[in-house]
Design a protein around this ligand. Structure first.
Ligand code: TNX
Length: 552
């Protein structure tokens, strides 16, 4: 037997190097979601023990490492001392400026687990991978019998898309600060990095605005909600519902998200989905109707009137929003705007004539352009639902394509950036299994969206040229909450579908493999258990079997 033949997993690293062992670049599999770009065999394993120390060779990474190591200490109960001198095994963090901006490398050897990254985000993502390589146990209850073993791997990883989103509608149902943080924390564990926070709706305005206090005094509260799906004829549940976030709450959540490399994109809906705002300030409407915060779902006729007062209101609101949220993008809604009130309004019609507009669609475009100017003056960019294409896109607008991918294709062809969130793949409010055996969910399109359908989503349509495809920033899962009254049920609807979206947006297209995903999912669901996150057990993907996960 030649010396090289003696090489094996048991060979200590230095000896292995001295012996000239060659480790072929063989791809191996680890139970990590989203699947990393490359996983090859390393030497190891690496064990985290009493004596393991942490060495941060990159001063600007100290803060992010410290937060992640604190989590590891809580899970393992081990000291993981900061130390660059000791002789024991170490986790070493090194700055590697040549790596892609959110990318990282994680190399295992028996004495050292090395993490390399160009940015703090890259370090953060390396730690998320590391957590999934370790046993799935809750923080705070370390068990002495567990061995904290990292398998012998070399992982090189970076995201496919910069925009990897999850959305949450807090207008239909309000969710408290702790839950919003948990939602952000959970998504960040799977390398999702954009939280689209849908803050205003017909049924509730959720963000405190100093200049317009009635928005939360009046607009944040409704008398009741529809009882199940009794919309026509309407039956209410008789239970008042409401809530809002103070500016302090929002600053707290923004800071929490920043530590997890999640950018929050706030959405202020205009000119439609505005009933709660108009119930608070009826003078901003086109009619004399006395309005209440809506107690029913669907598309409402009540929209903002294009008056000077309205623009003053919206610009002031958006200025306060920009003060709170550092995000470059501000979402202005723009979806589902019935034009009836503008057709019947003398003011709107006079404006159409004065500006030489062809119709109400062009008036909507004019409205959005005006809002875009305000955002741009403040150094921000506008993003809106695909209806903002109708009547012509504002010059620098980004389109969120939800009624299929057609809006996204049209916008990319016009040279605009696009986020894909088509109803056919990305609506996590739709049933994920048979509607007869699932808790109540949305089904206006009359098709379910099982996990496999999310996983099959390809954000870059074939119809785009390579240059146009560059405009596809990424994709997002949407969680509309008409039928979600509890936190547990939001999680049940979001997971595991958000895991499929994480893989769609992070992993290389060629690495996607449904069978392999479901294999990895078994382990990853145990991590969700450890995190205390509810989910639906995807029985169709696993075959019918018992397991963890529960309904609401
Ligand atoms: C359409 S998606 C809406 C929402 C609803 C959702 C329910 C979009 C831009 N508008 O207002 O909550 O359907 O699935």
């Amino acid at each position: 037997m030649g010396m090289r033949d003696a090489c094996g997993w048991f060979t200590p690293l230095l000896l292995a190097v001295a012996m000239g062992c060659v480790f072929p670049e063989q791809q191996v599999s680890v139970d990590v979601i989203p699947v990393p770009g490359s996983v090859t065999r390393g030497v190891g394993p690496f064990r985290i023990t009493e004596g393991t120390v942490v060495e941060v060779a990159a001063p600007r990474m100290v803060a992010v490492v410290e937060r992640q190591v604190a989590g590891l200490r809580r899970s393992t109960g081990l000291p993981l001392r900061d130390d660059s001198t000791g002789a024991g095994s170490r986790i070493r963090i090194v700055e590697a400026p040549s790596l892609p901006s959110e990318g990282y490398a994680l190399r295992v050897s028996p004495d050292e687990l090395t993490i390399e990254a160009a940015t703090e985000a890259g370090v953060f993502y390396a730690f998320q991978t590391l957590r999934q390589l370790l046993p799935p146990l809750p923080e705070g209850t370390p068990s002495e019998s567990v061995e904290w073993v990292v398998p012998a791997v070399v992982i090189e990883d970076a995201p496919r898309f910069p925009y990897r989103g999850m959305h949450l509608d807090v207008g239909r149902h309000f969710f408290d600060v702790d839950f919003v943080k948990k939602y952000i924390d959970t998504m960040s564990r799977f390398k999702l990095n954009r939280f689209h926070w849908h803050l205003t709706e017909d049924q509730g305005w959720r963000i405190q605005i100093d200049a317009y206090p009635r928005l939360v005094e009046v607009g944040a509260w409704r008398n009741e909600s529809p009882l199940e799906k009794n919309l026509d004829p309407y039956i209410g549940d008789g239970i008042p519902h409401g809530g809002f976030y103070t500016k302090g709450d929002i600053r707290d959540i923004v800071a929490f998200a920043e530590e997890r490399f999640v950018t929050i994109i706030p959405e202020i809906e205009l000119p439609g989905h505005a009933t709660a705002a108009l119930a608070s300030y009826p003078e901003l409407g086109c009619t004399d109707d006395r309005l209440e915060v809506s107690t029913t779902w669907g598309v409402h006729d009540t929209i903002f009137c294009p008056k000077e007062e309205t623009f003053e209101f919206l610009e002031t609101v958006l200025s306060e929003v920009m003060e709170l949220f550092p995000s470059e993008y501000i979402h202005i809604g723009g979806d589902e705007v019935p034009k009836r009130q503008w057709e019947e309004s003398e003011l709107a019609q006079a404006l159409i004539r004065r500006e030489g507009l062809a119709d109400e669609n062009q008036l909507q475009s004019w409205f959005i352009r005006r809002i875009e100017r305000h955002l741009r003056t403040n150094g921000r960019r506008l993003i809106g639902w695909d209806e903002i294409l109708e009547g012509g896109l504002a010059p620098d607008a980004t389109v969120m394509s939800w009624r299929g991918t057609e809006g996204g294709i049209a916008a990319a062809r016009q040279g605009h950036d696009v986020v894909m969130t088509p109803v056919q793949h990305a609506y996590f409010d739709f049933y994920q299994g048979d509607s007869l055996s699932e808790p109540l969910a949305m089904n206006w399109a009359e098709f379910p969206i099982p996990l496999e359908t999310v996983y099959a989503f390809e954000p870059v349509p074939d119809a785009l040229t390579d240059a146009q495809a560059e405009h596809v920033l990424g994709a997002q899962g949407n969680v509309w909450t008409e039928y979600m009254q509890t936190q547990e049920y939001v999680e049940y609807m979001a997971y595991p579908r958000a895991l499929a979206m994480a893989e769609v947006t992070w992993s290389p297209r060629a690495a996607r493999d449904w069978g392999a995903f479901t294999d990895r999912l078994r382990t990853v669901l145990r991590h969700l258990d450890a995190m205390g996150v509810n989910y639906r057990l995807p029985v169709e993907a696993f075959g019918h079997e018992d397991g963890a996960g529960s309904a609401r």
